[in-house]
Design a protein around this ligand. Structure first.
Ligand code: XUL
Ligand code: CO
Length: 441
């Protein structure tokens, strides 16, 4: 039985193809810089947006028409697994990701929830035997159920802390069972609404304790996944503890966890924090903390997390630039934490949206690699910071100066000359790379 009988295997047809159900730029077998596109891009499907999401919003019920929509309970969960593996195969993606509640319904109590998860995990494991698609990461949804009203590990209620720990414990066991390459912590409701009723110090200390116990348990059971923190500045709480990479990094250092974690960076979370996607990637990269990416984009006209499929080539190019400069994503991947718009409610849209996102990152990869090959930005930056490669600048970076010496230098100067940053010229050059990347294809 097929859930998507009208959609065939999605193949690469090249930039001139008019077939909406074909890749125009993502050729998984093409090699760029010694690696296939499939190996570099490591695409992943987010189970929640593609198989669980109904496209409801605060003003209206779901609009999604899904071939598994008529099932309920565990039958629904099983139908989703069948549909998911058909979808993975037709799109030919190497990875997928899920939260516990995406794959199996919660039971009347934690034991029943575990039982439901066990059934679906066994089914997934069975499907994975014949599938190329592997688990990039899983995570615990410790934010939707009303018990998490005040957070999970940062809840004021110790019973909720314990319940959250049990769910993460189970998640680590599931990750191990399915061979997950990473395990993600997105804060969910780890943050606060009002300082008036909040013990900020205790909440943060508890979050630190929680992460420590998770690391210890993974080690105990021999689950050697890369642990990832996914920063987000706001939504659902006003003040999220993992605001951005810089805040998350300081948090990890504060609790001595910086060697046990990296970051899962989401484009729309970056922009909510008032940063660009590439800023967050760069900040993580220079601290050797870039682990994985939730690939999506926000709407610059809206102030919330719209989780759109990434189609902005400027953004995918600058993101791929950082990823390539990082030497790739290691065990991480590009997970489409993205949902089709509420108006794109047909199942075909799930394919079309992923094709758009995958093609956009394939273009970004090619353009970024061309720019790196030609040293475009490296040259610009090198020239701009030239003053640190000799004389007083070199002494500064080599730690050979002090304030007396610097004052002596300053007093000897005539009028200081600065150089133009030439940012418009750089952007024009990037446009050339974008437009020339497929010339002749
Ligand atoms: C929420 C978000 C989550 C995480 C996993 O904004 O991005 O889906 O990726 O919990
Ligand atoms: Co995300």
């Amino acid at each position: 039985m097929s859930y998507f009988p009208t959609v065939n295997q999605i193949a690469y047809e090249g930039p001139k193809s008019a077939n909406p159900f074909a890749f125009k730029f993502y050729n998984p077998e093409e090699t760029i810089h010694g690696k296939t596109l499939e190996e570099t891009l490591r695409f992943s499907i987010a189970y929640w947006h593609t198989f669980t999401e109904d496209l409801s919003d605060p003003f209206g019920v779901g609009t999604a028409l899904r071939p598994w929509g008529h099932y309920k309970g565990m039958d629904l969960a099983k139908a989703r697994v069948e549909a998911a593996f058909e979808f993975f195969e037709k799109l030919n993606v190497p990875y997928f990701c899920f939260h516990d509640v995406d794959i199996a319904p919660e039971g009347k109590n934690l034991n029943e929830t575990y039982d439901n998860l066990d059934v679906i995990v066994a089914m997934m494991k069975d499907y994975m035997k014949d599938s190329k698609t592997k688990l990039l990461w899983n995570t615990a949804n410790n934010f939707t159920n009303p018990r998490f009203v005040s957070g999970a590990a940062s809840s004021n209620n110790a019973d909720v802390f314990a319940y959250s720990a049990a769910k993460v414990k189970k998640g680590l066991e599931i990750g191990k069972e399915l061979g997950g390459e990473n395990y993600v912590f997105w804060g969910g409701r780890e943050g606060y609404e009002s300082l008036l009723n909040t013990d900020l110090k205790l909440e943060m200390d508890n979050l630190g304790r929680f992460f420590r116990m998770a690391v210890d348990y993974a080690k105990e059971i021999g689950f050697d996944a890369q642990f990832l923190i996914e920063p987000k500045p706001k939504e659902p709480t006003t003040h999220q503890y993992d605001f951005d990479v810089a805040t998350g990094y300081a948090f990890l250092q504060n609790y001595g966890l910086q060697d046990q974690f990296k970051f899962n960076i989401e484009a729309n979370h970056a922009t909510l924090a008032g940063h660009t996607f590439e800023h967050e990637l760069r900040y993580a990269r220079i601290h050797n903390m870039l682990g994985s990416v939730d690939a999506n984009q926000g709407d610059p006209l809206l102030g919330w997390d719209t989780d759109e499929f990434p189609t902005d080539l400027y953004s995918t190019t600058l993101a791929m630039y950082e990823i390539l400069k990082n030497g790739g994503l290691g065990r991480g991947g590009l997970n489409f934490d993205a949902k089709v718009r509420r108006g794109s409610f047909e199942s075909d849209d799930l394919f079309l949206a992923h094709i758009a996102g995958m093609d956009s990152f394939a273009i970004g990869l090619r353009v970024a690699q061309n720019m790196i090959n030609d040293g475009v930005l490296d040259e610009v930056v090198k020239e701009r910071y030239q003053s640190y490669s000799a004389g007083i600048g070199l002494e500064i970076v080599e730690g050979k100066t002090d304030f007396r010496k610097l004052e002596e230098h300053a007093l000897s100067l005539g009028e200081i000359k600065n150089r133009s940053g030439r940012v418009e010229r750089i952007k024009a050059t990037i446009n050339q790379y974008l437009l020339n990347a497929y010339a002749g294809n």
